[in-house]
Design a protein around this ligand. Structure first.
Ligand SMILES: *Cc1c(COP(=O)(O)O)cnc(C)c1O
Length: 494
């Protein structure tokens, strides 16, 4: 299996090269030449652990990894960093199946991929005789940053630099990042929003001059952002696993289709569900849930992607995104794997902030539905689900949960549905507790955590306990125009 860029039909690279590079040289995203079919039957999958499922899925994509290499990566990633043996448990509440993707080290779904990416990357470096130190450069809307820091901290041969919007992440998210240990970790706040951070990082990646200077100094960049194919592939696993679990539990008949609802920002998670569907998992609708930054909802409604609109800060900050990078992989696909067509649209996006797709392309989006939830609806969803069931969900999951209910009411579609539950409520305790009862507003962040533990009858996760008293180790904040300069400073290039 080889990989090509969404902006260039000619070149091919191996999986390990695609993982090392992150982004293609032409600015495109790497995609597999075709989406492979699963090689195992549902009957076999039903009996498999998460780790075994991961191997069966990932080996179809990462064909230049040996069995031993891949199994070692999987073993190192999905171990007792996760607080449950199932890794991604399903929870049935009020008729829907919440696929809990937040049982890893940083209690958000980014751990599902970022606990394995460092291992995939170091194996890839070895395979390709890379001598340089690998510098991971990442922009985060909150959850990626911490998950990447946790994954890469003290991994030999790597350094990691994370940029986050200083006023665009939750207090717990910020505290998690600025207390990160590890001599190879750097955390920088910027005055700007997530899109500024992401654009800045992309610009640094594309800086040929800097790349040359870095190479001379023994460094090379790689990306831990969700554009890296090494993030996307591990995310396909849990959709395969979830379906097999539902079948094993007798919740679905063999082959019965399910819907999937995904709270979406950069479009990585839902794209993984689309890949799972294309691999043969019986998924019917892929429902893309947005918060008030509903650029994707509008896209699915109209066929026009238009980021020219106010950027809103919401209670689901990891979805406060106007440029959904991974959507490019879907655009490429619905353009008939046509790199030229895709390139024109992406050029329009960067020049005018918008593009429209053709009617023909729209017909290839039939599997997708868009939905969105306002801030008030999100709060109501958290409150009403808790009142009904005692189950507490976070703000991102609540966006999806609300969109699911609205979709069902409007469409009368009774298909069984998996909702991707992307963060622990502990990570967004203030918004969650306020949604449940206004009286919590006066409490400080850690009082809220204890209160949440008591009303939800769940233990405070390790990740939260750890930051209660941890000292701040990173306090640099720069202007968005200074991102390159700070990178040069950290690497001692200037
Ligand atoms: C990153 C994130 C999302 C959005 O996922 P994408 O793959 O970027 O669409 C949703 N919820 C949480 C909690 C996240 O951390």
């Amino acid at each position: 299996m080889l990989y090509k860029s969404t902006r260039n039909d000619e070149k091919r690279v191996t999986a390990s090269q695609a993982i090392l590079q992150g982004l293609a040289e032409d600015g495109g995203l790497f995609v597999p030449e075709r989406i492979p079919a699963l090689k195992v039957s549902l009957k076999e999958l039903k009996a498999m652990s998460y780790q075994e499922t991961a191997y069966e899925v990932m080996k179809c994509f990462l064909t230049d990894f040996s069995e031993e290499e891949l199994k070692t990566c999987i073993r190192k990633a999905y171990d007792d960093k996760f607080d449950t043996k199932e890794i991604a448990p399903l929870r049935k509440e009020d008729g829907a199946y919440y696929l809990e993707l937040f049982h890893g080290a940083t209690i958000a779904f980014k751990d599902m991929a970022l606990s394995i990416l460092p291992h995939l990357l170091t194996v890839s470096a070895k395979k390709n005789q890379v001598k340089n130190e690998i510098v991971i450069l990442t922009a985060t809307s909150g959850d990626t940053g911490k998950a990447a820091l946790a994954g890469f901290a003290d991994v030999p041969g790597t350094r990691i630099i994370v940029f986050y919007p200083k006023n665009g992440v939750s207090p717990v998210q910020e505290k998690q990042m600025v207390t990160q240990k590890g001599a190879n970790t750097h955390v920088i706040g910027i005055h700007g929003n997530f899109d500024d951070a992401q654009s800045g990082v992309k610009k640094i990646f594309g800086d040929k001059e800097l790349t040359k200077i870095m190479d001379g100094a023994g460094f090379q960049f790689s990306s831990a952002n969700s554009i890296n194919i090494g993030r996307l592939v591990p995310q396909v696993v849990y959709y395969v696993y979830a379906y097999a679990k539902l079948a094993a539990l007798g919740e679905v008949k063999e082959g019965e289709k399910i819907n999937v609802v995904v709270p979406t920002g950069n479009f990585g998670n839902i794209l993984a569900a689309y890949y799972a569907k294309n691999m043969g998992v019986p998924i019917d609708k892929l429902i893309c849930a947005s918060n008030d930054n509903k650029v994707l909802f509008d896209f699915f409604e109209t066929g026009i992607y238009d980021k020219n609109r106010p950027f809103l800060l919401t209670s689901s900050p990891s979805m406060d995104i106007l440029i959904s990078s991974n959507l490019e992989r879907l655009i490429y696909r619905i353009a008939g794997d046509d790199a030229k067509k895709n390139l024109l649209l992406m050029q329009a996006l960067s020049a005018e902030g918008k593009y429209g797709i053709t009617e023909e392309m729209r017909t290839r989006l039939m599997d997708f539905r868009g939905g969105f939830a306002s801030e008030q609806e999100v709060a109501e969803e958290i409150g009403s689900l808790y009142q009904k069931t005692g189950y507490v969900i976070d703000t991102h999951t609540a966006v999806a949960s609300c969109v699911y209910r609205k979709y069902r009411a409007a469409s009368q579609d009774e298909t069984k549905t998996v909702i991707a539950s992307t963060a622990s409520p502990y990570k967004f305790a203030r918004s969650v507790m306020n949604a449940i009862d206004g009286k919590y507003d006066a409490m400080d962040d850690f009082e809220l955590v204890d209160e949440l533990s008591s009303i939800s009858k769940t233990a405070v996760p390790r990740a939260v306990e750890e930051i209660r008293r941890a000292p701040v180790l990173h306090d640099t904040v720069v202007e968005k125009t200074e991102m390159k300069a700070i990178v040069e400073k950290i690497l001692g290039l200037k």
